[in-house]
Ligand binder design. Structure first.
Ligand code: ZN
Ligand code: ZN
Length: 441
């Protein structure tokens, strides 16, 4: 690439100018570390990564329209099938119960846990269905009003983290193990379609490249200023639009392409993150002390907290499941809170070496990826309380702790989202600037 650039410099000014504008199409500011990167020409099925923080910047797929539409359509069809037929069933001492996927929230509403039913509906059914529909509509060539397209594209990437289809599936498997000690568990004919839906929606998301999608809606706004690859946007008076990845002048607060507002760095990022973190810590204490569910068996009422559930499973010999619940419900949330606190403290501090930024970035990525999986226990309770309804013999109800715990998970997810990862990299500039060869700005 360097060679071709030198060749072009021998040509006239006009060709140089077109070369510069052509090059602008390949430039991208890394959303995670703010480095200006020149994307290489990508082969089908390959992706471009940021040389500094290794974040995937863009990927190129063969058939960028047909592929996602195919996956998303089949995913929607599978979701429909999954809702029509019985999902799981259970038999205890001659008494049986069979539920459909759609009945899970109904049971919770009947038990005055409408809030948890809403969480289930939103995270496992509505948001994934909306995202699949949005992918189909955004990738078709059928003319759709541009405003609607922009709104859908904006929502699609915001909703991505809230799609908890695979976490619910893991929750279903965990509840199977929990219930095996009490009776026979079976899967209904909609279980396989649901698993397929889970796989297909993951693939559909993978095939949609944010950069490609936005360029398809509208070409990125052009900038008439020199840009230097390998330097951060902050030092060149540029910012990347967090929504559509366009490179914008730092002083422009509203993106001309997607109309979302933004600043060089997320405003009051650390304050917001800290506030959300503190709230979640305060809720985490009662969430662990209050019972998450009530088991009624043969007239006896038994309440259990998260930890008690883990101990019970361990005692029964289901070590792997006990470990899964312990890691997802106790270790991950506590470590996540610690990690977010550390990230804030670190971003606020000054003057550290480069290796530290890399380590902090790894922590940030792990926190972002792993945090949603804590919802697993909430889904386990949802499945248990919907399935185990055998009156006097055995019944399970959710309790207040489960709701508090769900709120903790959601709040820590928001805390991680409001944190601006570029802050951990800004210090690196700081140290470069202090050195003599810096531009002294
Ligand atoms: Zn980067
Ligand atoms: Zn934008």
């Amino acid at each position: 690439m360097v060679c071709s650039h030198e060749n072009h410099e021998q040509h006239s000014h006009a060709t140089h100018a077109t070369h510069a504008t052509q090059q602008q199409d390949n430039l991208m500011l890394c959303p995670q570390c703010d480095m200006l990167v020149a994307l290489p020409p990508l082969a089908y099925g390959s992706k471009a990564v940021c040389p500094r923080c290794k974040t995937t910047l863009s990927s190129r797929w063969e058939e960028p329209r047909k592929r996602p539409i195919g996956y998303a359509l089949s995913a929607l069809f599978m979701l429909l099938l999954a809702n029509i037929f019985p999902f799981i069933n259970m038999r205890v001492a001659g008494l049986g119960n069979e539920i459909k996927l759609i009945q899970i929230p109904q049971v919770m509403v009947a038990e005055d846990y409408a809030s948890m039913a809403t969480l289930f509906m939103v995270f496992v059914q509505l948001i994934p269905a909306f995202c699949m529909l949005a992918i189909i509509l955004l990738c078709t060539k059928v003319p759709i009003p541009k405003g609607l397209k922009e709104w859908m594209a904006k929502m699609l990437f915001q909703f991505k983290t809230w799609c908890m289809v695979e976490i619910f599936l893991a929750g279903v498997l965990v509840s199977f193990v929990k219930l095996m000690a009490y009776g026979d568990i079976g899967v209904g004919s909609s279980f396989v379609p649901y698993c397929l839906f889970c796989l297909l929606q993951v693939r559909a998301f993978q095939c949609v490249d944010r950069r490609w999608l936005w360029n398809d809606i509208e070409p990125a706004p052009r900038l008439d200023r020199p840009m230097e690859v390998g330097r951060t946007g902050l030092r060149q008076g540029l910012r990347s639009c967090q929504c559509c990845t366009a490179i914008l002048p730092a002083e422009l607060t509203q993106c001309p392409r997607c109309h979302s507002r933004g600043y060089v760095r997320r405003r009051h990022s650390l304050q917001w993150t800290m506030a959300l973190l503190l709230t979640s810590i305060l809720l985490y204490i009662p969430a662990n002390l209050m019972p998450i569910m009530v088991t009624e068996a043969l007239g006896n009422k038994l309440t259990s907290t998260i930890m008690a559930g883990v101990i019970l499973l361990w005692g029964e010999g289901s070590y792997p499941v006990a470990m899964v619940i312990f890691i997802a419900s106790i270790m991950v949330p506590s470590l996540k809170m610690l990690a977010i606190g550390w990230l804030c403290w670190d971003a606020n501090g000054t003057g550290k070496a480069r290796a530290d930024s890399e380590r902090m970035h790894l922590i940030y990525e792990v926190v972002e990826f792993v945090g949603r999986w804590s919802m697993i226990d909430v889904f386990v309770i949802a499945v248990l309380s919907a399935l185990v309804r055998m009156g006097q013999l055995m019944s399970i109800y959710p309790d207040i702790g489960a709701l508090l715990f769900a709120m903790v998970v959601i709040l820590t997810m928001f805390a991680a989202m409001t944190f601006d990862p570029r802050l951990t990299w800004d210090r690196v500039n700081e140290t470069i600037k202090k050195e003599p060869q810096g531009d002294g700005k």
